[in-house]
Design a protein around this ligand. Structure first.
Ligand SMILES: CC(C)=CCC/C(C)=C/CC/C(C)=C/COP(=O)(O)OP(=O)(O)O
Length: 250
């Protein structure tokens, strides 16, 4: 959702008003997605790097996020109308207690919804997600090794195998790591939309975007509309569905 502050500047508004307009644009886009039958949407709401912004800005953005999480879980919200289950992805321990608790409440409150999944990346970066997955994975393998050791099957390092040079390496496979990614709650994305014309991924879903269309319309996020979404889907259908099929087959 790039360009909220530039949108505010362009219209002589405060930064906060840019993020509020950004939130309205997000609600419209999600509604279009659900009407079109998109089952999984993942949004980059706040990165770990965003914590380095001015403290007042971090505080006001978090205040907005808190307020909007509360709105999302209201009975009459769009999330409940469309049967959307919410997940928050990221190092939630970095959030203030009220925001973290609200995020946890939203995950519990929507856990009975099953039509679509909305993943909200908060205090997220892809490198942090990958590190988290590696740590969890090694911990799990270590526990498996220790369990075997207690059964007398060897030492606690049973998950480490020697290779032909006598060096040891953990027997971790791609699937082990993927299981521990925050984003494991959804399949890999088909399309990433990044506004303001930027074609960088800025540490978003780096692992999961290996076979993904990046659509980067030259507009600021609050200016996004239905036509941009349709254009992204048509672009994907024209160029990418064939490629995806090929990747699956090879
Ligand atoms: C509950 C929920 C999902 C709330 C979402 C609230 C929301 C719209 C957050 C966006 C925050 C953000 C850092 C946007 C990026 O624009 P920018 O600040 O980087 O703008 P710029 O590119 O013009 O500097």
């Amino acid at each position: 959702m790039d360009g909220n502050r530039r949108y505010a500047k362009k219209r002589n508004l405060l930064d906060g008003a840019g993020h509020r307009s950004g939130y309205l644009a997000l609600m419209n886009m999600l509604k279009y997605c659900y009407e079109l039958g998109v089952k999984y949407a993942t949004i980059y709401a706040f990165s770990i790097d965003n914590f380095r912004r001015r403290p007042e800005e971090v505080q006001s953005t978090m205040q907005l996020i808190l307020e909007k999480i509360e709105d999302l879980i209201k009975e009459e919200s769009m999330v409940n109308q469309y049967g959307v289950r919410i997940y928050f992805l990221g190092s939630l321990k970095l959030l203030s207690k009220p925001v973290r608790l609200a995020a946890e409440r939203a995950m519990v409150a929507t856990s009975g919804n099953s039509k679509s999944v909305l993943s909200i990346c908060l205090a997220y970066t892809s490198s942090d997600e990958i590190l988290h997955a590696v740590q969890e994975c090694c911990g799990e393998k270590w526990d498996e090794g220790s369990a075997l050791e207690s059964k007398g099957a060897g030492n606690g390092l049973v998950f480490l195998k020697g290779n032909e040079n006598g060096k040891i390496k953990p027997s971790i496979v791609v699937k082990d790591l993927e299981k521990h990614m925050y984003a494991a709650v959804a399949p890999d994305p088909d399309i990433i939309i990044r506004t303001s014309g930027e074609t960088r991924l800025s540490n978003f879903l780096l692992w999961q975007s290996a076979n993904c269309l990046l659509y980067a319309p030259p507009i600021l996020w609050p200016e996004i509309g239905l036509w941009h979404l349709i254009w992204a889907v048509l672009d994907f259908q024209r160029n990418f569905s064939y490629l995806k099929e090929k990747t699956k087959l090879s």
